[in-house]
Design a protein around this ligand. Sequence first.
Ligand SMILES: [Zn+2]
Ligand SMILES: [Zn+2]
Length: 264
Amino acid sequence: MRGSAFCGPKGGRAVFILDRTYDPAELARHNVHAHSTQSNCAKREMTPEAMIRFAQDHGLKTLAITDHSDPFDAIDTYAGFLATRDLLRHIDTPVRVLVGAELSAYGVGKYAEPYEVDKALDFASYSHVHYHLPSWEQPEDRSPRGYAAHELAVLNALLETDRADNIAHPFSPNKMNFFNDAEKAATLRALTDNELGDILQKGERAQCSWELHTPTLFRFPAFARRFFAIGREVGVHFCVGTDAHSLADLAPPDLAQRLAAVLL
Ligand SMILES: [Zn+2]
Ligand SMILES: [Zn+2]
């Protein structure tokens, strides 16, 4: 656990994991969202060793391993972190490997892991939109605007704390399986530019980066452009996450070009 006298505002962790950049080519060299075999949804090929070797062979500078930590799951995130860290001691690589987790802010002020576990990790990336899980808090107003407002409330509460280093798939409606595609897109349009600007700025003040989650951005390009433009105007730190569940998704060869096409 952290707690050294040398700790900065975020304990032993770097304040931001990446320098501020809006260059898709540079952003694409760092992947901060990838699932290993500790997540049931990942392919069996996703051992930490294979992930790191693949990242190295495909020119990634940073790889964050972010396995799920869902509310009331049976997974011991801290034990998993220790096991992976132990394994990494025997791997020599130029890739900067962060052992983190995709933690859950599953309601307003509700977190799946104790604060101490969050602070032990190299990288605390928070999901706020796993509304498909039965344990996730749902808004009273189940309209697209109701979900958008609830997301803002969850993020506002989270960013009052120093828990989050990154927001995983911000505002992604991908997992809102109860909505059709038009309703999913409506949750994004329901966020005003001012609301987006304010919450992005709050994240920046809380030293929290915002993930450019490629599955969401490629699916909702109008939102991608708006999100990136507002974030750039506000001066936030972005980083890229492909939400890789397979080796090929760790470093898709055309990632930088595809990102540039939806962001710029
Ligand atoms: Zn997720
Ligand atoms: Zn994920």
